[in-house]
Design a protein around this ligand. Structure first.
Ligand code: ZN
Length: 57
């Protein structure tokens, strides 16, 4: 186990790029996200790590 990055993963809407996503229940296939901005609903979201220490990797 290595130390974790300080920031947690940030999820972006694939349509508008907003981070205003809420999880709409968990399905067997995975979680479904709902974008508050563009009303996108789907399990596909862009995930990026929040900027952590530059030492990370
Ligand atoms: Zn969106």
């Amino acid at each position: 186990m290595k130390r974790r990055p300080r920031g947690r993963p940030v999820r972006h809407c694939p349509q508008c790029g907003s981070t205003d996503l809420t999880i709409v229940g968990g399905m067997i296939m995975g979680q479904v996200y709902h974008c508050q901005k563009c009303d996108y609903v789907g399990s596909l979201v862009l995930e990026t790590d929040a900027p952590a220490s530059p030492d990370e990797r």
